[in-house]
Design a protein around this ligand. Sequence first.
Ligand SMILES: NC(=O)c1ccc[n+]([C@@H]2O[C@H](COP(=O)([O-])OP(=O)(O)OC[C@H]3O[C@@H](n4cnc5c(N)ncnc54)[C@H](O)[C@@H]3O)[C@@H](O)[C@H]2O)c1
Length: 328
Amino acid sequence: VSALRIGVIGAGIMGTDHAELLDGSVSGAIVTAVADVDPARAADLAARLESAQVLASGEDVIRSGACDAVVIASHDTSHAAFTLAAIDAGLPVLCEKPLAPTAAECRAIVAAERAAGRRLVSVGFMRRFDPAYVALKAELSSGRLGDPLLVVAQSRGVTSGPGATSEFSITGSAIHEFDVVPWLVDSELVEVRWTAPERQPHGLADPQVMLGRTAAGGLVTMETYLNARYGYDIRCEILGSAGAAALRDPATVVSATALTRSTGYPADWRPRFREAYRLELQAWIDALRSGDDSPLADAVDGLRATLVAEAAIASMRADGAPVAVEPV
Ligand SMILES: NC(=O)c1ccc[n+]([C@@H]2O[C@H](COP(=O)([O-])OP(=O)(O)OC[C@H]3O[C@@H](n4cnc5c(N)ncnc54)[C@H](O)[C@@H]3O)[C@@H](O)[C@H]2O)c1
């Protein structure tokens, strides 16, 4: 089979990274079309790729006939419309997280894919491909930790982007925890309660702490802090009935200077998860070429994470009262 022709919608940070990985570091794929509402960004990206044309819109990428599959890396609020258009055109799609910011949109996608009668949708929950998370899941699956009783998950970034809100922190950032924690412990989140400091020097509720319960009877604390300032820092520890395991700090160099021993932090998610993005894209392409089921998160996983986000937002608006997660 010749290389799959991939269209990329959205030529920002993620669209650019995905397109460059697909062209340069993933076998069996070539980016043939890109689009962005900002045509200069699409042109900049196309110029860095081997043989991509710039098209006027995401709809054009889907309808052009120039692509066998599409990656959606545009604004969160545009994900549902593009994903539905791709399903309608019969194109496999890798949609960046969140599948959509509202459960209603995610449900429409799940229904459209069911009507199409085959798996078309994959969601960019790349932590499932991060070697450290994969090893943590394997450690739990080995049985050595016993039953998971408490997961402590923390996501910290340097600064929030312009226009970030307390709700965006949940649908855009904490959503990674809502996918990866149930995946790790193999049990859905069924209830969530939300809290945050009353002090808001960053202009939004930040950090936020969410307490979740899993169907299997475990507890989860999930902290999201967009403005931690000191670095991009992702932590996760599983406390089980027979032992505990945690992600280790991924920094690989320790410096000794000026009476201090130190390691660095990445400035954002790209260096931390670069290998996860590459492995995720390769797994997506391999499945499309072989006809096997995609091992990426599917539309129902995308819906499930957004349902937890909606419960967290409802808890935020109810002063931290526990809120049941609506079933899929
Ligand atoms: N998996 C991850 O770790 C991860 C990390 C960061 C961002 N994301 C997700 O990736 C997506 C892109 O994020 P980003 O950081 O690259 O943002 P970005 O702002 O850098 O890029 C988004 C691009 O999409 C374009 N765009 C917006 N609406 C569009 C539309 N309707 N049609 C075509 N282009 C459109 C914008 O002009 C911009 O160039 C978001 O959904 C975000 O949530 C995922």
